[in-house]
Design a protein around this ligand. Structure first.
Ligand SMILES: Nc1ncnc2c1ncn2[C@@H]1O[C@H](COP(=O)(O)OP(=O)(O)OP(=O)(O)O)[C@@H](O)[C@H]1O
Length: 293
């Protein structure tokens, strides 16, 4: 059964032209996608095809223009009402979007989602440990438990011994590990990752992919992962969703049925990567680089 579901979702943005007139653009058109609980799914596609827009709608940060996004059968975000009284109820209903409200309304329904972005988004004035304990404290967890959980999360991503380092005392890869540790520590059910390793060098990126895959295998976390890197998508995912632009649509969904941990040198692994590249070659025109779209 689908855990995260996009039902015929279209997203339309209005933008202003050079002469100040409003103009519309359809970022994604009629997208349907069902993601199983505990599944690791990657969305791959050229720049501007709507990958981040999909992630934002799952997170409840953007509202679909048409269609719905549901998590566990519940609509993530409904259009705001025009009537003032109804608006008050609407705001109450969607308080879960703020972690502070999450801790205040623990027993109310909420969608447990963590996000990791390309720029690590960790607080520069807090140590690695305190970046994580802060997120846990917001969820109403007791101080002592926060410290234990944060230490374990840092150890899980290879940062034991760096608890008291500030972000400026860590490398880019280590900072991204802190962001990953924070996302894992809060024990959300869904992890949304928007090109999280995109700024790292090849060596660091591969190490982080391996660690993410190992950590994910031990959880029941549902992951939606955005990348431009086909090899990365095949390494990490149960299924790879291929998108095409203008407007953004799903072209193909490719299952990756290889045992884990995966080996990039495995001929079957390479074959899947090559097949996906072929699909892109046949679908798209324009600039194309080996392995990265
Ligand atoms: N708030 C917005 N207002 C107007 N247009 C937007 C807005 N957000 C996104 N778009 C447009 O929607 C389209 C899809 O954007 P989106 O960021 O989802 O693409 P993407 O596939 O994630 O791109 P990239 O790989 O470059 O990050 C783009 O053409 C973008 O310009």
């Amino acid at each position: 059964m689908a855990f995260v579901k996009l039902n015929s979702v279209t997203k339309f943005f209005s933008v202003s032209t050079n002469n100040g007139e409003a103009e519309g653009m359809t970022a994604i058109l009629d997208i349907s996608l069902s993601i199983r609980r505990g599944e690791f799914i990657s969305i791959v596609g050229p720049s501007g095809c709507g990958k981040s827009t999909i992630l934002n709608m799952i997170a409840g940060l953007q509202l679909p223009t048409e269609g719905t996004v549901t998590i566990d059968g519940k609509v993530v975000l409904e259009p705001p009402p025009v009537n003032k009284d109804e608006l008050r109820d609407y705001e109450k209903k969607y308080r879960f979007l703020s972690p502070v409200y999450n801790s205040l309304f623990k027993n109310k329904h909420r969608f447990d989602i963590s996000m990791v972005f390309q720029d690590h988004s960790i607080y520069p004035w807090k140590t690695a440990l305190n970046n994580i304990t802060f997120a846990l404290r917001l969820r109403g967890i007791a101080k002592e438990e926060c410290i234990v959980t944060a230490k374990n999360a840092l150890a899980a991503v290879g940062l034991a011994g760096f608890e008291n380092n500030y972000p400026y005392q860590l490398s880019g890869g280590m900072r991204q590990r802190v962001a990953l540790a924070r996302a894992l520590a809060v024990k959300s059910k869904i992890l949304l990752m928007d090109e999280p390793f995109g700024l790292l060098d090849g060596f660091n990126r591969e190490r982080l992919q391996e660690d993410l895959s190992a950590v994910w295998s031990k959880t029941s976390l549902t992951v939606v992962y955005i990348t431009h890197d086909i090899e990365e998508a095949v390494y990490l995912s149960d299924r790879v969703v291929l998108m095409a632009p203008s407007p953004g649509v799903i072209r193909n969904i490719i299952p990756v049925e290889l045992p884990r941990p995966r080996r990039r040198t495995n001929p079957e692994f390479k074959e899947i990567c090559t097949n996906i590249q072929k699909i892109f070659h046949s679908e798209l025109t324009g600039e194309y680089e080996y392995g990265v779209i």
